[in-house]
Design a protein around this ligand. Sequence first.
Ligand SMILES: Cc1ncc(COP(=O)(O)O)c(C=O)c1O
Length: 428
Amino acid sequence: MSITPEQLQFDREHIWHPYSSMINPPPMVPVVSAEGTRLRLNDGRELIDGMSSWWSAIHGYNHPDLNRAACEQLGKMSHVMFGGITHEPAIELARLLVELTPKGLDKVFIADSGSVAVEVAIKMALQYWQSLGRSEKHKLVTLRGGYHGDTFGAMSVCDPVTGMHEIFTGVLPKHHFVPRPTSKFGEPLKAADSEALEQVLQNSGSEIAALILEPIVQGAGGMYFYSAEYIKHARELCVQYEVLLIADEIATGFGRTGELFACDHANISPDILCVGKALTGGYMTLAATLTTEKIAQTISAGGAGCFMHGPTFMGNPLACAVALASLEIIKTGQWKSQIKRIESELEAGLAPARQLNSVAEVRVLGGIGVVERKAAVSLAEIQPMFVERGLWVRPFGRNVYLMPPYISSSEDIAALTNGVVEVLCALE
Ligand SMILES: Cc1ncc(COP(=O)(O)O)c(C=O)c1O
């Protein structure tokens, strides 16, 4: 079945797309199906996917194992409330999450989306200190250049400028921001970076509940890779100043950076961990917030007597069953060789972009390849140039980047990297 011109017109007139305007919206690309690494368009053309549907479809589209898990679960039940009821998909998913995530994280809250997982993490940190009678610890500290989601708690810890929520600054709770670490990935920690964080913790640690950060890779705030030593040091400082560490691995979790979790680059465990996006292999929305025995016990022993969160679709069995199937694929470990190969192909394929005048930096880590330009790209101009070349690449700000599915072939990666270089050359 194809999408009719009337349907496209209806879309244009009535439907909000992410970060879109209702005044003269850009044309949408109509997709009718997807298979492996290909998005099939209304007119029969196919695009090679370089985005993994915002970094989630790691195993590719229409995957037989994930399809089977969804169909089998549909035949049993799509949803049942999680209050007072439990079910096997949630139990087995939680078991696997505890097994795969950094050690010590063995209490699982299943959330509806990445942003909700961040809200839950923030709430856990606040409730932890409240339960200890230390409700003065109610602020957060975070890094400039971060992005944690679109809901209000999450927005309050996004970079006030690059985090896309600048217009809400006046109404968001005020938290502490430290500069984005200048120590890049693979580099030792620079004193100025560690001092900046320590200074805030020293001055304001008594009112800070938690440090929240995207370990190693700041995603939507600028596709920036920073030193694992910074994370290691932050872990130590958090212990020293009695501040919880929340690792937002919604973008980095499940192998994307070359380690199963970005925290593994620094060999640390956070106090609270958020995962999402690739959790269901990009099939549907689901996320999770994990924490330690100590934090869970403290929250539960506090005045409220329970953790104060419980959305309608919490633990949705259909999403849990698909997530379980996705994690079973992750558990085979094949992601390691896939990411290693993709990393070297991205590095080789994007290298020529370093010669371009318009390019500030090319950087690659795991399954992420970024060409940062000196000036912002015009999405309206650049997006059709990729579609014309049979590629799905969606740049933002100054970044033209690739985050392809792990199953991408060498030919797919070559087509994507050649396309990026060609388009950037054409824009010189
Ligand atoms: C690091 C990080 N945290 C949180 C989110 C929000 O997740 P969601 O869009 O599923 O709400 C994102 C989304 O891009 C993200 O990259």
